[in-house]
Design a protein around this ligand. Structure first.
Ligand code: HXC
Length: 262
């Protein structure tokens, strides 16, 4: 799988992946490291982040782990400062950390709403804001890549806070693409569809008994893989993505346009 890209594609880059200890974040971190980047895994559970970094090191990559709750701006600032201090800069920020659960909106508490918006939307602001100066100084053109979902624009019955927060992230990336385009930073979103073997798929599809229904909505007839998303991140982080700014790269097998066959 790693032969898709040249193995030195991201040599010399430093990348932070939030929520990089598991799932899509870990797959992304692993691929970026395989392509030559030093990867900083940020996670709320330090032991999980450390395990992820150790697996990358064992595979011959370069990685480090930090305790990081994206809701805490001062913690985010401190991690960015340490990364710049220890690795000489920061080139790529992947805003991947997210929370989600299925809950009817009439049953959702204000704190449940706030918690998801805080992790997804406020967390993305916190990380982007804290990383601005370092990314702006990147010799490779700084990149911010935020993971959203096409439900950001379709709405997401049963997951209202996540859909609203992801729509906010999409808007934020578009705004920053313009504000920071001449500050040496490119800002884009990636919208994964139904990706198998992730915590999100388990919570939102499997646990709700919706796996077959979800699969029937994917025109290409399969769930996405974590690698499908990691390669999209690698593309946007690479020199191939140097003129891509303010876009939403949808990686969903065509699901967003699947309304049933005539
Ligand atoms: C209703 C819930 C709930 C649920 C939590 N809450 N789970 N309400 N249904 N299933 C409410 C709680 O009752 C509480 O409100 C508030 O949310 C905060 O809950 P805490 O457990 O105190 O929050 P916290 O410990 O900060 O945990 C955050 C979390 C948790 C989001 C709730 O699940 C988490 O850490 N998740 C991270 C992993 C994750 O979600 N991965 C999936 C991401 S997938 P009250 O009012 O009681 O105080 C994704 C895209 C999915 O984002 C794409 C799918 C295809």
């Amino acid at each position: 799988m790693n032969e898709i890209f040249r193995p030195d594609l991201l040599d010399g880059r430093v990348a932070v992946v939030t929520g990089g200890g598991t799932g899509l974040g870990l797959e992304t971190a692993t691929l970026l490291a395989r392509l030559g980047a030093h990867v900083v895994i940020g996670g709320r559970r330090l032991e999980v982040a450390r395990e992820a970094a150790a697996s990358i090191l064992a595979a011959g990559g370069s990685a480090s782990a930090y305790q990081l709750d994206v809701r805490d701006f001062s913690e985010v600032e401190s991690v960015v400062a340490q990364v710049v201090d220890q690795h000489g800069g920061l080139d790529i920020l992947v805003n991947n950390a997210a929370g989600n659960f299925r809950c009817k909106t009439e049953d959702l508490s204000p704190n449940g709403w706030r918690t998801i918006v805080d992790i997804d939307l406020n967390g993305t602001f916190n990380c982007s804001r804290a990383a601005f100066a370092a990314l702006s100084a990147s010799p490779h053109v700084g990149r911010i890549i935020s993971i959203i979902t096409s439900y950001a624009w379709s709405g997401w019955p049963g997951c209202a806070p996540a859909a609203a927060a992801k729509a906010g992230i999409q808007s934020l990336m578009r705004t920053l693409a313009v504000e920071w385009g001449d500050r040496n930073i490119l800002c884009n979103s990636i919208a994964p569809g139904a990706i198998g073997d992730t915590e999100g798929a388990k919570r939102i599809h499997e646990d709700a008994g919706r796996t077959d229904h979800e699969l029937s909505r994917v025109p290409v007839g399969r769930f996405g893989s974590r690698h499908d998303i990691a390669t999209a991140v690698a593309y946007l982080a690479s020199p191939a993505g140097r003129y891509v700014n303010g876009t939403d790269l949808v990686v969903d097998g065509g699901r967003q346009f699947s309304f049933g066959k005539a």
